[in-house]
Design a binder for this molecule. Structure first.
Ligand SMILES: *Cc1c(COP(=O)(O)O)cnc(C)c1O
Length: 230
């Protein structure tokens, strides 16, 4: 193995171990939390190494960059997740080239993804990005507006609304880190009580992974801890 291989492989093992340890400590099964490897800005070669070490789900934030890597890696069994901000002129590519989208925050974008999902592909898995902490600079829909948007999206036949995603404001205190994740979990429970069927909480990154797992994350999105700093 060359040094790159070695580093990514041991970093992946360490992140898997961290997830498993935290899950067990919280009375959860480690298999209930899936690891999304966030490969934005990293080359296709890094994805190939992680794939060789058993990683199948990769997250990308920039459409053009992702399409180039997908082409390079054609033939590998990879589940592609789009996690970045979505511009209207990018929805066609996202609908055609991804399995999941974590960052839907407007009905108009959902309508376009639904209309542009190619015939013959399974419904696109969709998460609503929620702005839990309520900062004006952060993307995501306000919790108060989530219910109407979720019901609107749930009606679109080529999308499958699976749950919620959030990116909280950075915070170093491991206890305080849990609050926005707790709120996201409770919001999903409210929506399910309201007739929706959601099973996915996408929350937790390199610096707040443990807090997210403790509050019920089902997908954690980890870049830096696997691939190194960007
Ligand atoms: C970049 C990014 C991540 C990964 O962040 P790390 O701190 O590198 O783990 C997760 N989620 C989103 C939405 C991102 O843009």
């Amino acid at each position: 193995m060359n040094p790159d291989d070695d580093h990514i492989a041991s970093a992946l093992d360490a992140v898997r171990e961290q997830i498993a340890t935290t899950a067990r400590r919280c009375g959860r099964q480690s298999g209930d939390v899936s690891l999304l490897a966030v490969s934005k800005t990293k080359p296709a070669s890094a994805i190939r190494i992680a794939h060789r070490h058993g990683q199948r789900c990769f997250g990308e934030s920039y459409v053009q960059e992702a399409l180039a890597k997908q082409q390079e890696l054609a033939g590998l069994d990879i589940e592609w997740h789009f996690i970045g901000p979505i511009q209207s002129n990018k929805t066609r590519d996202i609908a055609a080239h991804f399995d999941w989208v974590h960052s839907v925050e407007r009905g108009k974008i959902a309508t376009r993804l639904n209309a542009q999902r190619p015939v013959g592909m399974p419904p696109l898995n969709v998460l609503l990005q929620i702005n839990v902490s309520g900062e004006s600079t952060k993307s995501g829909v306000a919790p108060a507006d989530a219910r109407a948007l979720a019901h609107e999206i749930a009606l679109l036949p080529n999308l499958r609304l699976r749950g919620l995603m959030t990116v909280p404001a950075p915070c170093d205190d491991p206890v305080a880190q849990r609050e926005p994740f707790r709120q996201l979990r409770e919001l999903m429970a409210d929506l399910n009580a309201d007739g929706l069927v959601l099973d996915t909480l996408s929350m937790g990154m390199t610096h707040d992974l443990d807090a997210a797992v403790a509050e019920g994350a089902t997908i954690v999105r980890v870049g830096t801890a696997i691939f190194g700093a960007r």
